[in-house]
Design a protein around this ligand. Structure first.
Ligand code: SF4
Ligand code: SF4
Length: 129
């Protein structure tokens, strides 16, 4: 049985080593303009019909979420291109990240598939399509 060091404190220096799934390297997001029209939601219905594409709304607006692991993430959780990783990776702070709180907790709306979003648009628009 492994010995667990209960005195191990989680700091910003140790946190990423403890984050076995390297959570922040397993998805990308793209903010979108606030969808209002039927045509815009129709387009989102197409996008969300694809595997691993989700949609959420939070206090910042609407965002497409692509659950796709970075091809540079190595089996040990390290970045395979650390020295030349993109700026967004360099600038990402682990001070308060997915390891601390699941991002879903801040989402007002979350759609994981076509059926979810279709049910929403049917309520939102009196006539759909
Ligand atoms: S920044 Fe956060 S989510 Fe990313 S590897 Fe470190 S602890 Fe995990
Ligand atoms: S480039 Fe490196 S740090 Fe950036 S997402 Fe990929 S594995 Fe993670």
């Amino acid at each position: 049985m492994p010995i667990i060091d209960k005195k191990l404190s989680i700091t910003t220096d140790s946190k990423c080593d403890l984050c076995t799934g390297s959570l922040c390297c397993t998805y990308i997001t793209e903010e979108i303009t606030i969808p209002r029209s039927k045509a815009e939601f129709n387009h989102l219905l197409w996008q969300i019909s694809h595997d691993n594409v989700e949609l959420y709304k939070d206090s910042d607006g609407w965002t497409l979420l692509f659950k796709t692991m970075c091809s540079h993430l190595e089996l040990d959780g390290r970045c395979g291109i650390y020295e030349i990783r993109p700026d967004i990776c360099k600038e990402y702070s682990n001070n308060y990240c997915e390891y601390d709180v699941p991002p879903e907790e801040a989402w007002d709306l979350h759609f994981t598939n076509h059926a979810d979003l279709y049910a929403y648009v049917q309520k939102r628009f009196k006539k759909w399509p």
